[in-house]
Write a protein that binds this ligand. Structure first.
Ligand code: GDD
Ligand code: MN
Length: 356
């Protein structure tokens, strides 16, 4: 192992059978850059390449245990070595080492705890994606934005700079998911811990050789994560609470006033309580202008989306019923469609994170 005396930054690269890519890639680093390769039992001779470079430390874990868990192990080692900043990047050449100086300087200048090399901000891009892989990446980031807070455009990117503070925090609170989903979990954890997360435009290059290690199981794991840990279930619970409050007010008012008026009041009360719960609970972490003016605007938009939801529900119901569908089924489909539209409007239009 090399001694990291006074080392200010360290580059962590997870690798799994990337022999040819690594061989090319390692040639492009300065000889004074400190690199940590975290390998999971590659059978293509990664040791030989690593041994050629005195500035490269190889951590051998033996068997594939996931991209993010490899990054975490590399991070621990970098912290032990005294690194102030830790850069993580892929070992297949898709992340251009030429960005490192700029992204580091940006991190220092911003005082950021995490800088994400982003493909989806102005100036960034992708060259190296096959069309299906590109869609997976787009959809994954879309799911991130509708499910979580923080408004990051490329929360799945693996090209990152972590401050020592962020890395120490992550070692104390490691992500539960050791695979690709852990990348997003890390972004969320740091955001929730109040750390400064920034994006820096990068172009994601073509893989030099070999294939992506992303599996269907990883993709599935990620979507389960967004469903379980995201805001959607909160939104569903708020909707259910609205239905109960609606019923309760109708129950209280109907014996006293003309029933259609009672129903309208009950509906508006539940729209209002839904708004309050979404404001204070579902989307409470989002950086929003919480002043009166903007809050009232959100309230109007929320009312509009509720009316839109009712209309969509009704139109789908009538449409399916005319096509001969069972009425209860037609209504259920209407409810689900309307609910989805409302969730998208709420998470993407009404309660939009100001971080973007
Ligand atoms: N040690 C170790 N263990 N390394 C791994 C493992 C693992 O289980 N799985 C993948 N790697 C290494 C690969 O060898 C490569 O160097 C790097 O991690 C990225 O893996 P790829 O398989 O090339 O990922 P990708 O190109 O499909 O995904 C890229 O984009 C994703 C977002 O769309 C990466 O940048 C990911 O980090 C990113 O989440
Ligand atoms: Mn790759």
């Amino acid at each position: 192992m090399f001694s990291f005396n006074m080392v200010s930054s360290c580059i962590v690269i997870p690798v799994l059978n990337e022999h040819d890519n690594l061989k090319m890639m390692l040639q492009t680093f300065h000889s004074d850059a400190h690199l940590i390769l975290v390998d999971d039992g590659s059978t293509d001779g990664v040791e030989e390449i690593a041994a050629k470079y005195p500035n490269v430390l190889l951590i051998e874990r033996g068997r594939a245990s996931g991209l993010v868990s490899a990054i975490m192990d590399g991070m621990k080692e970098a912290l032990k070595g005294g690194a102030d900043y830790i850069i993580t990047m892929d070992g297949d050449g898709q992340h251009d080492p030429l960005y490192i100086d700029d992204i580091l300087e940006f991190a220092k200048g911003e005082g950021a705890d995490l800088v994400i090399g982003s493909r989806y901000v102005k100036g960034g891009g992708t060259q190296g994606f096959t069309p299906p892989r590109r869609e997976i990446s787009r959809v994954a980031n879309y799911f991130y934005r509708i499910s979580f807070d923080g408004g990051i455009n490329d929360a799945t990117s693996g090209f990152r700079v972590y401050s020592r503070r962020a890395a120490e925090y992550l070692v104390r609170n490691p992500p539960l998911r050791g695979s690709y989903a852990g990348q997003v979990e890390i972004v969320n954890e740091l955001y929730r811990a109040g750390m400064k997360v920034k994006e820096f435009p990068i172009t994601f290059r073509r893989r030099m050789s070999g294939d992506s290690k992303l599996s269907w199981a990883d993709i599935f794991d990620y979507f389960i994560y967004t469903l379980v840990s995201g805001n959607l279930w909160k939104y569903i619970l708020v909707g259910a609470s609205g239905a109960i409050i609606n019923e309760l007010f109708l129950f209280l008012l109907a014996p006293r006033i003309w029933f259609p008026v009672a129903d309208i009041i009950a509906i508006e009360v539940s729209i209002t309580t839904n708004f309050m719960f979404n404001e204070r609970w579902t989307f409470w972490r989002r950086k929003l202008d919480r002043g009166l003016r903007r809050t009232v605007t959100r309230f109007y938009l929320h009312n509009a989306s509720s009316v839109l939801g009712l209309s969509v529900n009704f139109i789908v119901f009538i449409g399916l019923a005319l096509l001969g569908s069972n009425l209860l089924l037609a209504n259920l489909v209407g409810i689900v469609v309307a609910f989805s539209i409302r969730y998208l409007m709420s998470s993407q239009v009404i309660w939009v994170d100001g971080h973007r």
